[in-house]
Design a protein around this ligand. Structure first.
Ligand code: INI
Length: 154
């Protein structure tokens, strides 16, 4: 008999930290709304959710590292938006934040979810922030809930 472990989406006990960047906040605020909405619709109360604002995507990593290491949160959800057209160091910003979040997962074992939009255009970002391609913040929150449950079962 094969044993399958699958995460349930139930947020009524865990504590979630959300790190969100102010850069491109017209997009990231929509990602934040989507993440909070998903957590609340799966049972999370306000006291279970902490939101930390940082200047830009590069600053997400140090805040997420501290949140993941401090022992108070079951998952950390990282939300940011990097748009190629706005910067000559698009690759640099994307690399730093993706490497940083990957490292936090390895170092802490606390699921730290990559909810960073990396887009060529503003239109692509808008599509992923609650319009025709869904809301990447809500998807990140769903991944966080699933991982908390999977790790609990293991
Ligand atoms: N930060 C972002 O979150 N998205 C971007 O598109 C972006 N651009 O275009 O440069 C960006 N830059 C700021 C960066 O994250 C840092 O806040 C800044 O370099 C200070 O460390």
């Amino acid at each position: 008999m094969i044993k399958h472990i699958k995460g349930n989406l139930n947020a009524d006990k865990a504590k979630f930290a959300i790190v969100v960047s102010r850069f491109n906040d017209f997009i990231t605020s929509k990602l934040l709304e989507g993440a909070i909405d998903a957590l609340q619709r799966h049972g999370a109360g306000e006291e279970q959710i902490t939101v930390v604002w940082v200047p830009g995507s590069i600053e997400i990593t140090p805040a997420a590292k501290k949140l993941a290491s401090c022992g108070k949160y079951n998952a950390v959800i990282c939300l940011g938006t990097v748009i190629r057209g706005q910067t000559g160091h698009y690759e640099n910003v994307c690399q730093q934040v993706s490497r940083g979040i990957g490292q936090i997962n390895y170092d802490t074992g606390v699921p730290t979810i990559f909810g960073i939009l990396t887009c060529d255009t503003i239109e692509q970002a808008i599509e992923r922030a609650g319009t025709k391609a869904g809301n990447a913040g809500a998807s990140a929150a769903v991944s966080a809930m699933e991982m908390v449950d999977v790790l609990g079962q293991i």
